[in-house]
Write a protein that binds this ligand. Structure first.
Ligand SMILES: Nc1ncnc2c1ncn2[C@@H]1O[C@H](COP(=O)(O)OP(=O)(O)O)[C@@H](O)[C@H]1O
Ligand SMILES: [Mg+2]
Length: 347
């Protein structure tokens, strides 16, 4: 029956072909396996290159046949940076209003979690922040310090209005007026502790994406592009703007560049207040210094910035103008105890 069907389709093979075909199959498997083994042992795997040069710099480099000029060019670049810094203030493409954030006697409670009730904690509410007052001024970099669990992230969340549960008591004033959450989100940015980016985009594309989503749509696209370039310059990402973001720890940007990108993505929304949760945690002293330089550049534009920091190096610590310290009390309450000034006064 099978034979008749095969023959009717024109597939009339003779008997000995049946043995030749498996032979050919094994032959192919053998040849390809040997080829694969040889290729694996002799060819080198392509290594991910981390040296990233922006297209502009590349064309500039190619424009100069003499490579020795390259060194002098670098020097020029370095010299041009101070001018850049001076001209930064007041030169921003998009205007913003510098605002002071004042908070007084801030209390924050949450309902006691079920697990704690089971452990015999019989109070109705759990107080996480107790009597916290302070002020954040434009152009001044404020640090929020405290041990892990002191409530740094909680305070930042409460100030930024990101807490959806719990009870907040106390006053928060923005530029002298009580905070209205609906308008405050338009003028504030929150840089989370984790850096989450789309790995398939380049640095510049990430910023453009954020700008188009978050800037008001009345703003012309040319102005938006200019503003993106300006942010790239401020955060010193312009050299790597064509680099792919990539997957953390595998390809693309380094941890420090990622942290700066996260700041840039917030800055591109043109907020006047930015909250940053541990921008330097997980970095070594050198990388932290680069991130802090970027943060300082943002402060120089006259924005109000508060960063939580955890175990900073002395260089990082000195980059701050003011320090607010949260102390943790044994009964799970944080209390702000000291507001001091760093820099010269601390020595
Ligand atoms: N929703 C919540 N319910 C109960 N406890 C919380 C809640 N949010 C934070 N906490 C507790 O508050 C404390 C402060 O947390 P957090 O602000 O994240 O500290 P950190 O200073 O390390 O950022 C921690 O002990 C945490 O367990
Ligand atoms: Mg935290």
């Amino acid at each position: 029956m099978g034979k008749v069907i095969l023959e009717s389709r024109g597939l009339n093979f003779d008997g000995n072909l049946f043995w030749r075909l498996p032979g050919a199959l094994f032959g192919f498997a053998l040849v390809f396996n040997i080829g694969f083994t040889l290729a694996l042992s002799f060819l080198k795997a392509p290594r991910a290159s981390r040296a990233i040069v922006s297209q502009e710099k590349l064309s500039r480099m190619q424009g100069r046949e003499d490579l020795s000029n390259f060194a002098t060019m670098e020097e020029k670049d370095m010299n041009s940076h101070p001018n850049l810094k001076e001209s930064r203030r007041g030169r921003m493409v998009l205007p913003f209003e510098p605002l002071t954030v004042v908070f007084q006697n801030l209390q924050y409670y949450v309902d006691v979690p079920l697990e704690m009730r089971e452990w015999g904690f019989d109070q109705e509410k759990l107080q996480l922040l107790s009597d916290i007052s302070g002020a954040l001024r434009p152009g001044v970099l404020t640090a929020l310090m405290g041990i892990s669990g002191a409530g740094k992230t909680t305070l930042l969340d409460v100030l930024a209005g990101r807490k959806t549960s719990g009870y907040i008591e106390g006053e928060i004033k923005i530029g002298g007026y009580p905070k209205v959450q609906e308008t405050f989100v338009r003028i504030s940015g929150y840089r989370e502790q984790t850096d989450i980016h789309s790995p398939q985009l380049t640095v510049e594309e990430s910023l453009i994406f954020s700008a188009w989503l978050r800037l008001a749509h009345e703003i012309e696209s040319k102005t938006k592009d200019e503003f993106v370039n300006e942010v790239l310059e401020t955060i010193e990402l312009d050299e790597i703007k064509d680099a792919l973001v990539g997957i953390p720890g595998v390809s693309g940007l380094s941890t420090e560049q990622r942290k700066r990108l996260t700041i840039a993505v917030e800055l591109v929304a043109n907020p006047s207040t930015i909250f940053m949760d541990e921008p330097t945690t997980g970095l070594d002293a050198r990388a932290a210094a680069i991130v802090m330089r970027a943060v300082k550049n943002v402060v120089d534009t006259g924005r109000t910035i508060v960063c939580t920091i955890h175990q900073p190096s002395i260089d990082t610590f000195e980059a701050f103008d003011e320090v607010t310290h949260l102390f943790l009390y044994p009964d799970c309450q944080s209390k702000e105890e000291m507001t001091g000034f760093t820099g010269g006064n601390m020595h």
